[in-house]
Design a protein around this ligand. Structure first.
Ligand SMILES: Cc1cc2nc3c(=O)[nH]c(=O)nc-3n(C[C@H](O)[C@H](O)[C@H](O)COP(=O)(O)OP(=O)(O)OC[C@H]3O[C@@H](n4cnc5c(N)ncnc54)[C@H](O)[C@@H]3O)c2cc1C
Length: 311
């Protein structure tokens, strides 16, 4: 990393909020992890382009963060920049009285689904209990209750490091189970998405939302910080079932615990470190593999990633 990049970031990003030595434990739902050298809450596309110019010129490492609901930040923290979308990217509008809704990638899934319900547009209620942003939902192809984000996505506005911002058809991209080629670890940043919903009665949508929230309350832990499912479900099975069958519920490493309520959740019972969470991850993978031959794959994103170089 060359020169005084901090001064340049501070000086060139006129619209955005820049914080140095930002505590990342506050920015992720699991509430663990060390600080980031610099957290930028972007407030304009102009600043987004400017910050990527600085990143490329000075070869800085960077990470893209949404609401941090599927991210573990390691205890040593993050070098370089963490980029997050600010309030300017949280607008939502219905296109010409149609069933298509365009949403800024920074809006929370809950706010998006609620607004769609008020327009009597439904189908994406499965996102009501996924506590991330629309950008994170597109990047992760978030899904639940037999629905997934990519099935509704029609167009997407994305920043690509080498070509800049463009509006693209969603069909151009290959989405899979909790996977997309638009994720921040590939140096890409989703700015907006347009979704085709269905015209439905508001009460019917509200009822679906309530049933989903009730199901979550009964089946998933809500009493301690967590980051949702730690592992992807292996083909034809459920990670939670395999972990439960291996007798691992309730095991702890320091303040981190395999949830008693849902075996695919690791909860922070207070003061957990990222190392303790990762020790449980290893323990689960090794135990499940030795008993079943299945190596569980992480769904949770561990930062720092292999740093992306734009040089
Ligand atoms: C209680 C709980 C329940 C959950 N239930 C579900 C569930 O049912 N189904 C499900 O799929 N997930 C679930 N999750 C996980 C998580 O909420 C989703 O993966 C969500 O889509 C992540 O969105 P986020 O904005 O928090 O992204 P983050 O967690 O901040 O980031 C996740 C990944 O997306 C990338 N990313 C984020 N925003 C952007 C962007 N704008 N452009 C490019 N890349 C981006 C990041 O770089 C990172 O790789 C749950 C989590 C919790 C805590």
């Amino acid at each position: 990393m060359s020169g005084d990049w901090r001064a340049e970031v501070r000086g060139r990003l006129a619209d955005s909020v820049v914080t140095f030595d930002a505590p990342m434990a506050r920015a992720v739902t699991l509430r663990v992890g060390g600080p980031a050298e610099c957290l930028v809450e972007l407030q304009s596309e102009r600043d987004l382009e400017a910050v990527f110019e600085i990143i490329a010129e000075r070869q800085l490492p960077f990470h893209v963060l949404g609401k941090g609901s599927n991210v573990l930040v390691r205890d040593e923290g993050l070098r370089g920049l963490v980029l997050r979308l600010g309030p300017a990217f949280r607008s939502v509008r219905r296109l010409e009285n149609s069933a298509t809704v365009e949403a800024g990638a920074g809006i929370s899934n809950g706010a998006f689904v609620d607004q769609c319900r008020r327009w009597q547009l439904g189908g994406m209620e499965f996102l009501v209990a996924v506590p991330g942003s629309i950008g994170g939902a597109i990047a992760m192809n978030a899904g639940a209750h037999d629905g997934e984000t990519a099935a509704f996505l029609r167009t997407v506005r994305v920043f690509f490091p080498r070509t800049g911002i463009s509006d693209r058809e969603a069909a151009e991209f290959q989405f899979a189970y909790r996977e997309s080629p638009l994720r921040g670890n590939l140096g890409r940043m989703v700015l907006r998405g347009a979704f085709a919903l269905q015209r439905l009665d508001e009460e019917e949508i509200r009822g679906r939302q309530q049933r989903i929230l009730q199901w979550r309350k009964e089946h998933q832990p809500s009493d301690f910080p967590n980051c949702g499912s730690v592992f992807k479900n292996p083909p034809g099975d459920f990670a939670a079932r395999l972990i439960d069958r291996a007798g691992l519920k309730g095991h702890t490493r320091g303040g981190a615990q395999i949830s008693e309520k849902h075996a695919n959740f690791i909860v922070n019972r207070g003061g957990a470190t990222a190392d303790e969470v990762l020790a449980l991850v290893d323990f689960i993978q090794e135990t499940v593999y030795s008993r079943t031959g299945v190596m569980l794959e992480l769904e949770m994103q561990v930062f720092p990633l292999e740093y992306v170089s734009l040089g």
